[in-house]
Ligand binder design. Sequence first.
Ligand code: EPZ
Length: 424
Amino acid sequence: MDKLVIRGGRRLNGSVTASGSKNSSLPVIAATLLSGNGTFTLHRIPDLQDISTFTQLINHLGAETSFSDNTLTVSTGNVESLLTPYELVKKMRASIYVLGPLLARFGEAKVSLPGGCAFGPRPIDLHLMAMEKLGAKITIETGFITAKARNGKLQGATIDFPVSSVGATGNALMAAVLAEGKTTLSNAAAEPEIEALCRFLTAMGAHIKGTGTTELIVEGVTSLSAVEFTNVFDRIEAGTLLAAAAITGGTITVDGVENEQLKSVLKKLAHAGCTLTQAAGSITLASPEKLIPTDITAKPYPSFPTDMQAQWTALMTQAEGTSRITDKVYHERFNHIPELNRLGAHIEIKKNQAIVEGPRRLSGTKVMSTDLRASACLVLAGLVAEGVTEVLRVYHLDRGYEQIEMKLNTLGADITREKYKEFS
Ligand code: EPZ
């Protein structure tokens, strides 16, 4: 198993380029299942564990893929299996993204129920509700979801999401584009990753109105084509890199970004005292002498993203006062807090709110990753902690950050990746 060994106390300075987004790559790759006509060429796909897991999954279904230099080519003309096994879904709950496209193209699908995850239950009831609204018969037995479109073809429907769900919106879109007739999605997720999926589906020949908004209207078509597509940048990686500069008191430029998509994070960084200079496609952050405590409440886009909540908590351990962190998307997404407190932070959780007292001198020790963004938060804390911090189980980190230690070392950090054994 790998750990990251971080020697803290070094300011980050310089420039780095953001990778392509993990959370748009996954539905985009799933959407290739919608068309067996030709070969897809997908650019700016990050080289991540989750991407290789998803690629394995569509290979298992019969797709042909090849990946090099962040370009993934996919052809799904020979897809024959409609069964997604537990072993792959267990590794990554986003495997549920194959449900919509398989149902849309083949009229049926069989997908293993996903497990939970470290920060609480991750239900899929809204995914199944959307498929049923589109005319699928859903049965759940022996841990599998079996979905069958009545008369082999999905029918357009009105789908009103009671909760904004990125995954359910993506699945519903991928099912609706080949359904007969019109589908409206209300209270749809408007995250940039869904906006990118809408652009990809439209390029394939889908008819979608309202791209980028929470009200989407889809007119079903009879077929879609393979296309070339460039993926959107990873706004969470970019936000994490900016937070890394701020926690170390440095000045960095992140290139390859679309500032609008980071607006809520940039606003909070500015409130915390950072100086932000935006140019076309890049953001420069200069840190203040002292960080100002800044509360955040994570909510669906365009509010502050839940995937930046843990990183923000780490940053606020260095602010001059008390900050309050609330997550309205995942109320219990606080697994990183006990580990931050082991580094010397002083954070209490009261009624689903993390109260962070700062500034606190952190001192390095061994800490355990529990999920992707929690591990990113511990890396940030290690960058500012005195001495050596060892972040264990970085397989969590490798799921969503491409060459993160290389990027941070380019900016002046001192991080090495080492093998280690855990006591059995
Ligand atoms: C996506 O997960 C992201 N993952 C998550 O990022 C992100 O945290 C989340 O959206 C919220 O932005 C990918 O895109 C692969 P949701 P998803 O459906 O789609 C509830 C990361 O770190 N809900 O938007 O699973 C759910 O419990 C990961 O990259 C239902 O109740 O999230 C949550 O409270 C972690 N029923 C809320 O909706 C459902 O059927 C938002 O979840 C589905 C969701």
